[in-house]
Each structure stands twice: as structure tokens, then as C-alpha cells.
Ligand binder design. Structure first.
Ligand code: TXA
Ligand code: MG
Length: 327
């Protein structure tokens, strides 16, 4: 069996696989990562092949010890050290100028490197025993939903990964916040559990928000983090009417919503997720995967408040639905 509980033996085996240039999937607090020795370009190339990921998409290097930061990055600004001290291990990746030795395979040809220290005991044990950096994107096929359980990795990448360490369900469930600290102004590249407000409070300067939620042509947004079943957002007040419409058209439809918005006495497949943004974000990807397995015609997802605390969830929902909103 490729999935192993994280015993001492399994960790030792995982380290050997990595040292020999193999691929090990491991849990982090955000999502499962597909890991390879970041200092071995041939090993890192296997990640791109397994995921079907274009070579110009850079990977995040994971470290298990703050001392290793300067082995990967140069010209590390003081605010990066402050963020590392305050948040690592934790769901924040920083983009910094890379050391000359860092392979272009890892950085997708850029002169910067993404780096983070994950907050998960299995990930930290693996990194500390491996003693090096692990390049690890989310352990899913390119543009598909990130895995939040070991079984998700097995079903999607089982054939191409040498071992999957099982750490149970990921506690955050959405990918890390990414902050670019390699240029003049700190810029948020991907929203996540760590909010721009938290970062601003630590670095005592404003964080620029990249206009990632801008939809230039509705429906034309690149599909990312996407289920295979077509999906669209729908405001809470339009849910009953839209569900009725889809059902009248004979479409097999599932609903993902907050628990408090679930429609009573409905026979439709419903994933009622926690009402708070952390709980909703933690459960979202597993819910999308479960529904995908049912091979229905459509997924309607409740549109959530446009509040800062929902920023990460809203970002992923926008990408899962290509910005499509039913009204
Ligand atoms: O939560 C996470 O970050 C997970 C777990 C496994 O740690 N990893 C993850 O990796 O989400 P991935 O490859 O799926 O997403 C990494 C993102 C990509 O969007 C990539 O473009 C960006 O990080 N990235 C990595 N290095 C970069 C760089 N040097 N400059 C700009 N963006 C970078
Ligand atoms: Mg990914």
C-alpha cells in the first residue's frame, strides 16, 4: 500500500526515497504536498511530469528549520524575518530573491523563490529528518482541486508517487497565503488563512493586493482549483428559485452552502459546511471532490459575504466557478 501512517519506519523510508530522487506526498496544515528534493533538478522534474504542470509554474520550497532560509534566499528583508518569527511554522509562503545555486526547474526560470515552513508534525518530522528543502506543490493534477486527505492524493496521483504519508485531514484546507517580498512593495499573490491585515500588523506597512479577483470577461477566468462538474455561484436569496429551475430542467444538481443556508426538506444532494470561514474553507475541497464522484450535471455554490475574513474562500470559489454567478 502506498499510503502509510507516519511511523518512524515510514518516515525513514520516505527520507530514503527522497534521497534517491523519488516523490513523497506528505500532509501540511494547508493541503497535501507532492515533495521532491529541492536540490535535485531531476527529482523536481518528476513533480512536473506527475502533475502535468507547465514548467514555468514555480514551486514552493518547504523547510523544517529557520536556519535553512538563508540557504535558499538572498537579500532577505527584515520584514521577512519578522513574518517568519511571527507565523512560521504556518500557512504563509514568502517570495524572496533566490540563491544562485537554486535550480531554474524549481523557480520556473524566475530569479525568486517561494519558501515556507509548514505547521504539521508529519511535515516537520520529514523535513527535519531529510535535513534539506522539499519542493512541493499541492499533490493534485494541474488545475484540479488540491487534496486535503491522503486518499485524495492516491486517487489522483497514485501511479506516479512513490509514497504517501497519511496525516489525516488538513486543518486549514486551503493553500497558503503567498506574499511577494522580492520587490519594493509587499504584494499579496494568493489569499489564504493568514490575512493581509495580519501581515500588515506584523510588518507595519501596507500590503498591496494584486488584482487577482478582477474578471475581465466573465466566464473567461482561468479555471483553477476546479471540480470536473460545472459549477456556479448563487446568492443566498436566489438559491430556492435557482434550484427549482435546475430541477425543472431535469438537471441533477448539488448544493454547497453554509449550514445555516441549507434548504430544509430538500432531497437534493447538499453539502452543508460550517458557517464560519475557517470551517467552510477546511471542508470545501473535500466537499467538491465528493460531489464530483457523483457525476451530477451541476454544482450550485452559495455566494458568501464579501468580507475580508471570507477572502481566501471567495478567491477559490471564484476560480472553481470561473466567476460564473446565477441570478
Ligand atoms: O499551501 C501551500 O502552499 C501548498 C502546500 C503543499 O505547501 N503548496 C502549494 O503549491 O499550494 P502550489 O505549487 O500548488 O502553489 C504554489 C504557488 C503557485 O501559484 C506559484 O505560481 C507560486 O506559488 N509561486 C511559487 N514560487 C513563486 C515565485 N518565485 N514567484 C511567484 N510565485 C511563485
Ligand atoms: Mg496547486
Amino acid at each position: 500500500m502506498k499510503i502509510s501512517p507516519p511511523t518512524e519506519n515510514a518516515l525513514q523510508k520516505a527520507v530514503e526515497i527522497l534521497q534517491q530522487g523519488g516523490l513523497v506526498a506528505f500532509p501540511t496544515e494547508t493541503v497535501y504536498g507532492l515533495g521532491a528534493d529541492a536540490s535535485n533538478p531531476e527529482a523536481v522534474k518528476k513533480i512536473f511530469a506527475a502533475k502535468g504542470r507547465p514548467a514555468n509554474h514555480p514551486l514552493i520550497v518547504h523547510i523544517g528549520d529557520l536556519q535553512q532560509l538563508s540557504q535558499w534566499a538572498i537579500e532577505i528583508p527584515e520584514i521577512a524575518l519578522r513574518l517568519a518569527a511571527a507565523i512560521w511554522p504556518g500557512p504563509l509562503a514568502m517570495i524572496l530573491k533566490k540563491q544562485a545555486h537554486v535550480s531554474e526547474v524549481v523557480t520556473g526560470g524566475q530569479d525568486t523563490i517561494g519558501i515556507r515552513m509548514p505547521d504539521n508534525p508529519v511535515a516537520i518530522a520529514l523535513l527535519q529528518q531529510f535535513k534539506g528543502g522539499l519542493a512541493a506543490p499541492s499533490a493534485n493534477r494541474f488545475n484540479c482541486i488540491s487534496p486535503t486527505r491522503a486518499e485524495h492524493v492516491l486517487s489522483e496521483l497514485g501511479a506516479s508517487v512513490d509514497m504517501i504519508l497519511d496525516g489525516g485531514a488538513c486543518k486549514v484546507g486551503l493553500e497558503s497565503t503567498i506574499i511577494d517580498l522580492s520587490s519594493e512593495q509587499p504584494t499579496l499573490l494568493r489569499p489564504g488563512h493568514i490575512t493581509p491585515q495580519q501581515i500588515e500588523a506584523i510588518i507595519e506597512q501596507p500590503v498591496l493586493l494584486k488584482q487577482q479577483n478582477e474578471i475581465r470577461a466573465p466566464g473567461m477566468l482561468e479555471l483553477h482549483y476546479a471540480p470536473t462538474t460545472p459549477a456556479a455561484l448563487c446568492a443566498n436569496e436566489h438559491l430556492p428559485q435557482q434550484l427549482q429551475k435546475f430541477s425543472a430542467e431535469g438537471k441533477q444538481t448539488a448544493l454547497i452552502c453554509r449550514r445555516s443556508s441549507a434548504i430544509k426538506d430538500s432531497h437534493m444532494t447538499t453539502k452543508a459546511l460550517p458557517d464560519d470561514p475557517e470551517g467552510f474553507g477546511q471542508a470545501l475541497y473535500a466537499a467538491l471532490r465528493d460531489i464530483d464522484l457523483l457525476k451530477l450535471d451541476f454544482i450550485i455554490i452559495e455566494q458568501l459575504p464579501q468580507h475580508p475574513e471570507w477572502m481566501a474562500v471567495n478567491d477559490r470559489l471564484l476560480k472553481s466557478t470561473a466567476g460564473r454567478i446565477l441570478s
